[in-house]
Write a protein that binds this ligand. Sequence first.
Ligand code: 5U1
Length: 672
Amino acid sequence: MPHTKIEQRIYELRRQIQLHNHHYYVLDAPQIPDAEYDKLFRELEQLEVENPHLITADSPTQRVGATPLQEFAEVMHTIPMLSLNNALDSHEMEEFDRRVRERLALDTIEYVAEPKMDGLAVSLRYEDGVLMKAATRGDGTTGEDVTHNIRTIKTIPLRLLNNPPQLLEVRGEVFMTKDSFTKINQQHAETGERIFANPRNAAAGSLRQLDAKVTATRPLSFVCYGVGVIEPRFEYETYYSILQQLKQYGLPISQYLQTVVGIEECEDYQRRMSEQRDRLPFEIDGVVYKINSLAYQNQLGFVSRAPRWAIAYKLPPQEVLTQVVAIDIQVGRTGALTPVARLEPVAVGGVTVTNATLHNIDEIHRKDVRVGDTVIVRRAGDVIPEVVRVLVERRNGDTPQFEMPSECPICGSAVAREDGESVARCTGGLFCSAQQKQAVAHFVSRKAMNIDGLGDKLIEQAIDSGLVKTLADIYSVTREQWASLPRMGEKSADNLLRALDKSKATTLDKFLYALGIREVGETTARILATHFGQLEKLQNATVEELQEVQDVGIVVANNIYTFFRQLHNLEVIAQLQQSGLQWQEVEITATKTAESAPFAGQTFVITGTLHNMTREDAKVKLLALGAKVSDSVSKKTSYLIAGEKAGSKLDKAQALGVKILSEEEFLQLLIV
Ligand code: 5U1
């Protein structure tokens, strides 16, 4: 128990932080704003710096250890970590149910159903409520000590709440959400680091790091589904009540947990999970059914390492075998060369897959993907299909290793790869027809110049026939020239000319966005327009001046600066203006630097229909006032602006206790 005033304050701060962590990470319902939480955390950190002898392992400041390990120590599991028997179809599931009913002499059985997370199993040991040891499953008897890494996972409490038993071992799954997996792979593709084949590998790779600082950068989650040693023993009668108790201790359990009675309800649950599978935020490879009654579980016991009272009903795999027919190179709008595997068409999860991304050349070499190879391809939800692995043993002949071309396959310009970058780029710029086509497609798109009737096919024809070489050319092609292109008649040409004419009255922000400057999206374009007011001022801005604009960092500032130093870009802009493109001068709204801005540190989400402005307008106004604007609601959202017909984002905000503003309240906020 704490004695001195400082000890008492440290104790109290830890208690409060721990409670807020629980509300934030486990219950998804924060009770105080982030800034308040940060204040508590900083106070604790400061007190610990001043009083290092008072630092304890369960302090929330101690999640990331300072020194990397040399190797993983072995941990013996006092009670072995079990595995699960599988049912591969409904017949095997019915057989399982029949067997247990017969053994227990019951007509129907109550099960607890839960998703089978595709991660890796770990055991956590809490002594007097404090996390002391965490180990991987290993072979079930001996695992690896991953305590230092497990401590970095924010959903895992370092100290349990509400009077936990003296000794408690908790078993569950560490996993990575699909979103986090995609983000990590995107980052790694850019930095040339290892690309993970699937979220399970990403979770395993992240947990098996000797340096906890690396694990701390990987967003891992955890969910409990069992217990090991408990002293004193629990007196519960059901598995469900054990999980509810674990939840009371602050441990995360599955949100999809449900009791089901009889085989029909099991199959019903399974159907619902299968339907939702692609939309779930994490990957599952099946559904687990466990007999709820602990007395029945004891009665049934185990066969080898798997309990007779549980079964994993496997869902169809999201990985299939197919062949690489070719490796093509796609050239993006910014010249980035992306290798794509053309595949023998194959069905995965109800969708026919014909292409898979290969990310970059480092990735092709790491996996050693070659034309003709038999590969495992994976498709999960909306994630772009990926080649997971090559079955090298099935390779026949000696197909050469794939090499990135040194010249652009489209325009023949040199391909360059900057030091430290894994992305190779065509240096042809707008002389490259692939880049031209995509630049024109972007220029005419709805949020840019919004030119109806100039679709991808027509753009391709216009560029391939030499009618269009630069963005400006689309305004100088004549009626006869348009009409001469395949599938274009005079009527279509007239319609197109009308649309082109109409598009000439535009706005500065739409024009800036339409130019396709690297990393200048719609929002940045709007902020630039309201910051500089005139194109000339933006063109003449220095990198330093550009960086003063809200949301513009050094990379974007350099991109903008370089764009306006290219003679051919300036020529295209001049030609476009000569063709009659014009916009009204923009009212300048000084965007403020982060600290002084009224909404600094606040994150907004906008949903539904607003009546006084578009959502994009609202976003730009908020950004100009220093706010962050996000697309999705999370625990970190400060406000949701809910317009008419707000849907699931409003539901989620309500569930998370996020403050909700009507359009009127938002307008009031802008006035203040
Ligand atoms: N959802 C869930 N996954 N899973 C994996 N429950 C569950 N139970 C397991 C395993 C290995 O083992 C029990 C026997 C504790």
